[in-house]
Ligand binder design. Structure first.
Ligand SMILES: Cc1ncc(COP(=O)(O)O)c(C=O)c1O
Length: 387
């Protein structure tokens, strides 16, 4: 049971996006609170007032950068030096995948549920380096044990890296990361994770998981502003990983020769929208006023179960997962409906915001700890009357 000084209604009233509509698209983009919006304005105003390019501004930027890295690192139980700030998940996935010194004939293993961003990067590596891309099936396998043995079976002597989503964006499947890392590391294979749908949802201890790269964004489940994400890099691989894009931020300042920074900042490039850093920190702090990571995750799972159960009672609806998802994503198909048109109808006629997914062809509802059973009941009522 989450202990909260605010009622859920009062808490939800802090987010303008939650007024007068039913918002189910956190997996696409989260919602900004009044405090986060105020922080954005406050920071832009502050930097103008001190002189945006000045010694004072520079000190402020360094402090803001360090504070955000510390806040993120604390969520993951790792040290701030392991965090590189990026713009979004895809940026971090690119850094991870391009950091390896690929040779012709090497193999990259990814799952059959990856986001188009990962498919794009894999294609680009294939073209550039002549590597082979293999796929392990997770779509058809809901059982975590099966996922582990499936990966084991798909590792080949030339496999150098495995990349997959901790939470699949289309099905809501959660993959057993610690066990997979173990299997891969036993074969000297690196593990890079697309964490777009897990950060802000799953309780995370990256030090314990032992993963090599973990790429995420602040703008989805963490409810931060667009344009700020990050990448965790395991200290054990920091030295052997090479930046592909690099810039002044990647280097030791004023060193006599060109030297990479010894921490994950070697993957950062140049100027960013620094005033947004404090906004993400504010969003993370705000999440932490609402129970622990574990308590928030338990609430998300309860809500997913509630929706999944209610969907079972609608004959024309088929849930993509055969049991309630252990995350905030609930995907389902409606017989004989265009899901794209139906999501449009829900938005236009009922102010219910869900997205359609192309593969598998379905609707995807994202349930945040800010969501309510009233939100879910509203959707179920419409589904029962419209289909
Ligand atoms: C699993 C997954 N990976 C990557 C992305 C792309 O995220 P970003 O825009 O943060 O790069 C998404 C976006 O929805 C996603 O769900």
């Amino acid at each position: 049971m989450i202990v909260d000084s605010l009622s859920l209604t009062d808490r939800r009233s802090l987010y303008p996006a939650l007024a007068h509509k039913t918002y189910f698209n956190y997996g696409g983009q989260g919602v900004l609170s009044h405090q986060v919006l105020a922080k954005i304005l406050e920071n832009f105003t502050h930097i103008e007032s001190i002189g945006s390019f000045s010694a004072t501004a520079n000190q402020w930027i360094i402090a803001e950068t360090n504070l955000l890295k510390a806040a993120i690192a604390s969520e993951f139980n790792v040290s701030p030096e392991t965090i590189a700030l990026t713009e979004n998940t895809t940026h971090g996935c690119n850094i991870a995948l391009w950091s390896y010194k690929w040779q012709q004939g090497d193999r990259l293993l990814i799952s059959d549920c990856e986001h188009p961003s990962i498919l794009a990067i894999a294609k680009s590596l294939q073209t550039r380096f002549g590597i082979a891309v293999d796929y392990f099936p997770v779509f058809a396998n809901a059982d975590p044990e099966v996922a582990i043995t499936t990966i084991q079976q798909h590792l080949q002597p030339q496999t150098r890296m495995v990349m997959f989503s901790h939470v699949c964006w289309n099905t809501g499947q959660v993959l057993p990361l610690a066990e997979i890392v173990q299997v891969c590391h036993d074969r000297n294979v690196l593990v890079a994770i697309d964490a777009a749908q897990s950060v802000g949802v799953l309780p995370l201890d990256l030090a314990e998981l032992g993963v090599d790269f973990y790429a995420f964004t602040g703008h989805k489940w963490w409810n931060g502003a667009l344009g700020v994400g990050g990448l965790y890099v395991n200290p054990q691989i920091l030295e052997i990983s090479e930046p592909t894009f690099a810039g002044w931020r990647s280097l030791v300042y004023n060193a006599p020769d060109i030297q990479w920074r010894p921490d994950a900042q070697k993957f950062e490039v140049a100027t960013s929208t620094y005033p947004l850093y404090g906004a993400l920190r504010e969003a993370i702090a705000q999440a932490n006023t609402y129970g622990t990571q574990t308590e928030r995750y338990a609430r998300i799972c309860e809500l997913s179960q509630y929706l999944w159960q209610a969907l079972q009672e609608i004959p024309t609806v088929t849930c993509i997962k055969k049991e309630p998802p252990s995350c905030g994503l609930v995907s389902f198909a409606i017989a004989n409906k265009s899901h794209t048109q139906f999501s449009q109808l829900l938005e236009t006629n009922h102010k219910i915001l869900v997205r359609s997914i192309p593969t598998p062809d379905c609707l995807r509802v994202s349930l945040h700890y800010l969501s309510t059973t009233d939100d879910i009941d509203a959707l179920i009522t419409i589904l029962k009357t419209c289909i």
